[in-house]
Each structure stands twice: as structure tokens, then as C-alpha cells.
Design a protein around this ligand. Structure first.
Ligand code: PCA
Length: 218
């Protein structure tokens, strides 16, 4: 099995591209293996319980979690999860996790996905993709950390990691309208207008997963 997770909307946004992509991929077959798409709540405490339980239940060989990074212009494969949370925004139940993700955990984990090969394959298909050395300090980093910590202790043969996604184009169209209505900032003062079409995100994620399966001999 392959596990793909996305998140609900958060920070006042009704949609999250990662939810759209996780739902779209649910049931897809890759390399003879079925994809299970699951949407996680934007809730630190619930994620800390649900993610390990989901991994124990699905027993996936490949785990790719997805989330929105507002303003990111391309698919962004995360290399590192750190044991540090600094929630600038409360999660959807109003909690701000400021401190360690797991109190007794190590300082960080490196993604076990074949990031170089995934990036090369996605780019070869004509889709923009890069790697990053920080998944931030919000829930996406915490989810990656919890996943890698759980796999290290209980599922050492699974490969796991995270990919951040840009906004969907319709979200940026709404932002532009909202900005024009609010008239608080000039357009050049914001840097979160990049977007990518849903079909391109799906194509890129599928290529990434195919590559991860091939490299893991699945
Ligand atoms: N992005 C947030 C959390 C949920 C999401 O989609 C993040 O980057 O941490």
C-alpha cells in the first residue's frame, strides 16, 4: 500500500490543495499497489494520534504527506523534519504548539524518500519541483516528524516524507478579489500569489510516488 495524506483547510481558508489531491488519488493503483488517500484534521493533538494509528492500520511501504505552503510556486519536497514547533497560527481547534513536537524525541529526522530521484523525474515531465531543508514550524513539519519517528521505531522498511504544494489557481483568484476589496496592502507587498493547476499537482505527485516505488523496488 501507498499512503497519501492531505490536510483540511486552515487559517481561514476554505480549501486546501492537499485535501483535493489526497482525495483524487485515493484508490489509484501505482506499480501494482493501491493508494490510500486520507485527510487529516488541522489539529496537532489529533494528528499525533491519527497519523501513527493510520500507519499501523494501512502498513504502507511508501508514505507521502501533502500540505499547502502559501506562496510556494512549485512542488516542494521536504528533506528535514525538526523536533520544534512554533505555531504562528492556532490550529483549527485553537491550539498553538510552541515547543518540541515529541518531548523525548531526537532533534530531527531526514526524509527517507528518494528526493533526488523524485525531483529529477518530476522535472523531466516538465513540472517545476525543488527540495527544501525546512518544512517550517507548523503542522506539516510536526506531521513529518511524527511520521518519521513512528516509522523509525515501528516500520523501518517504510519510506516516508512530505511534499508542500502551491495554492490552487482559484484560491489566488479569490485572494486577488479579497485584496482589492480590503484595500489594506498594495499587490506588490504580498508574495503569496503563485499557484498550480490541480491536474499538474496530481501528475507531479503520481510521478513522485512511482519513482519512490521504483527506487524502493515495490
Ligand atoms: N499546511 C500547513 C499545515 C496544513 C497545511 O496544509 C503547514 O505548512 O504546516
Amino acid at each position: 500500500m501507498i499512503l497519501v495524506t492531505g490536510f483540511q483547510g486552515y487559517g481561514g481558508r476554505s480549501a486546501n490543495p492537499s485535501e483535493v489531491i489526497a482525495r483524487a488519488l485515493d484508490g489509484t493503483r501505482i506499480a501494482g499497489t493501491t493508494v490510500r488517500g486520507h485527510v487529516l484534521p488541522v489539529d496537532f493533538a489529533a494528528m499525533c494520534v491519527q497519523m501513527p494509528a493510520l500507519i499501523d492500520d494501512v502498513r504502507p511501504q511508501v508514505i507521502l504527506s501533502l500540505g499547502l505552503w502559501p506562496g510556494e510556486p512549485m512542488l516542494r519536497i521536504e528533506r528535514v523534519a525538526s523536533n520544534w514547533s512554533w505555531f504562528e497560527l492556532p490550529d483549527n481547534i485553537g491550539h498553538r504548539q510552541n515547543g518540541k513536537v515529541i518531548e523525548a524525541g531526537p532533534d530531527g529526522y531526514l526524509s527517507t524518500l528518494p528526493a533526488d530521484a523524485m525531483q529529477a523525474a518530476i522535472r523531466a515531465a516538465g513540472l517545476p519541483c525543488r527540495q527544501s531543508a525546512t518544512a517550517g514550524t507548523y503542522l506539516c513539519n510536526a506531521t513529518t516528524y511524527v511520521t518519521l519517528h513512528h516509522c523509525a521505531g515501528h516500520h523501518p522498511d517504510s519510506v516516508a516524507g512530505f511534499m508542500h504544494l502551491p495554492y490552487l489557481p482559484a484560491q489566488v483568484a479569490d485572494l486577488l478579489d479579497q485584496m482589492a476589496t480590503d484595500s489594506h496592502l498594495e499587490m506588490h507587498q504580498r508574495a503569496d500569489y503563485a499557484s498550480m493547476h490541480r491536474d499538474d499537482m496530481i501528475a507531479g505527485v503520481l510521478i513522485g510516488l512511482e519513482t519512490a516505488c521504483r527506487e524502493s523496488r515495490i
